[in-house]
Structure formats: C-alpha cells, structure tokens
Design a protein around this ligand. Structure first.
Ligand SMILES: [Zn+2]
Length: 283
C-alpha cells in the first residue's frame, strides 16, 4: 500500500451532545500501517466515539425507563433482551458444580457451551482478561474480554472499518457471575433475563457490538451488521444467536452478540449454518 491519505467517516458527539458525522482523511504509511499522527487522531476519535456512545447509552436508558419498554438492550441478554423459552430454569434451579452433567463442559474453554440448560459454575472465570479501553471503541470504561479475544476482535473491528463500516463499538464483554446475578435481580421482567451462570458473557469470550447512531432494533438491518454476519467467522467469531436458531439456542435473534470460538469452529458453523448447540452435538 502506498503512502497517502485515505478517506474515512468520523462519528462523534459535538458540544451539544448531537452526533456528528463527517468525512475526513487518514494518513496511511507506505507499509500500510497508520502513521503515529494518524493513530493519535484515531485515539481522539475514539474518545469522541466513547462520549457519543455514553450519550447514546444514556438516551437508551432514559427511553427505556420512560417507556418501561421491554425492548432488548445490547449487552444485556443474559441481562435483558432475551425472551427465555418455557422450561428455562430459574437461578435457584441451577445445578451446583459437579452435581450434574448439565453443567457447561469447560474442558475446551474456547468452545464451551453455555445456555439456560448448561450453566457455568459460579467460580468460572477467564484465565486472564484485558480492558478493551484504548484497544477498540467501547461504551463503558470497564469493558473487558478474555485475553485471546482481544486480537481477533481488534482485527475484526478494523476489518469492518476498512470495508467502510465505521462507528462500531463494544457495549459489553466479560461479566462476572455476580454481575449477572445483580442484573437478573434488578430486572423487573424476569422473562427477559438470563439467570447468573447462564450467560456466556461470563466466559469473557462474548462481546456485544453496536454502531454509533444505529438503534438496536435497526442494527440487524445495518450494512455493518450484515458485514459482520458475513465475515465474523474469518476472525473466529460466530453470530451466537442467529435468527433461525432461537428454538435451539433459547435466545432471540441478537445480531450484536458475537462469540469467539476460534477460526476453525467459526468456519464450520458458518459453512454448515449451525449454531453452537448443534456444533456441540456434532462434535
Ligand atoms: Zn451479548
């Protein structure tokens, strides 16, 4: 790639809190890497995205409170946002570690199957986590993910950006068992919440991705979402809750929820159009 400038869309919130989208140019070095100056500009853009995202999140929260709507909220399935199928166990029904075979098989952490019927033990946690701040755009100062997710996630976000889909940011990543339990307890409508242990965010391998200026209901129809749907497997991620698999996963369509399983499994799931539950049966 020759040294030069490349155009990019920039989204940020202005001083009045309005989202601003402008077209700018980015320095690209002859080796294809962004110049340090460009990187600094990118970091500034990230800060603006974070500000905009925080405002967007605040607006969403206010709207939700005002309407008491049961609309799904990104990053909250297994928080809010996921109607549970009938027969899903309540938190008190979750078997304790070692008591039953329905406990999630954590033998291969990368492909661990977590759902309402295969909960994680309370003490399950990723071996190591990384704060995504300063790595990819995030909506919160404390969004973390398992270490092995960071590199492929960064590549995927950059890949989307290179394809013209800017403004993507991570709204949720690793959640502890206790955080999930708090979300569950604080949710008025339990039918939209996964009990503690039943959210794969506890693995640190799942992230929720949204796009600045696009609301949740529209995200699945956004070109960025379509790009992620078609390409996330190349980076080792799967759309964990596809539209046509709700009866198997027990979770409604969530185009924003991506689960890292590694390239090999992601490729297989994509090519065979199977979800992780189906993969676990095949495997
Ligand atoms: Zn999620």
């Amino acid at each position: 790639m020759e040294h030069g400038k490349r155009g990019y869309w920039e989204c940020y919130a202005d001083n009045d809190g309005n989202n601003v989208i402008s077209f700018g140019q980015r320095e690209v070095r002859s080796d294809g890497r962004r110049s340090s100056e460009s990187r600094r500009a990118r970091m500034r853009m990230r800060q603006r995205i974070l500000t905009g995202a925080a405002l967007a999140a605040l607006a969403v929260a206010i709207a939700l409170i005002a309407s008491k709507a049961a609309a799904p909220q990104p990053g909250a399935e297994g928080g809010a946002g996921s109607p549970q199928p009938s027969g899903v166990p309540s938190e008190t029904d979750i078997p304790k570690k070692g008591e039953t075979e329905t406990i999630a098989d954590i033998g291969d952490g990368r492909t661990v199957l977590v759902n309402a019927w295969h909960p994680l033990p309370k003490d399950y946690a990723p071996a190591a986590i990384t704060d995504l701040m300063e790595i990819v755009a995030i909506s919160d100062v404390s969004v973390c993910a398992a270490d092995e997710v960071v590199s492929p996630l960064t590549k995927m976000i950059n890949g989307a950006e290179e394809a013209g889909h800017t403004g993507l940011f991570v709204t949720s990543g690793y959640r502890t068992y206790d955080e999930q339990r708090r979300i569950y307890k604080e949710s008025a409508d339990k039918s939209y919440v996964q009990p503690a242990g039943c959210s794969e965010h506890q693995t640190g391998l799942a992230v929720d991705i949204m796009k600045l200026g696009v609301n949740m209901e529209s995200f699945g129809d956004d070109p960025a979402s379509e790009w992620l749907y078609e390409n996330s497997w190349r980076y080792g991620f799967i759309v964990r809750y596809p539209q046509d698999k709700s009866e198997i996963t027990g979770i409604s369509y969530e185009p924003w929820h991506f689960r890292y399983v590694g390239k090999e499994v992601a490729k297989l799931c994509h090519e065979k159009n199977i979800c992780l539950e189906e993969y676990a049966e095949v495997d």
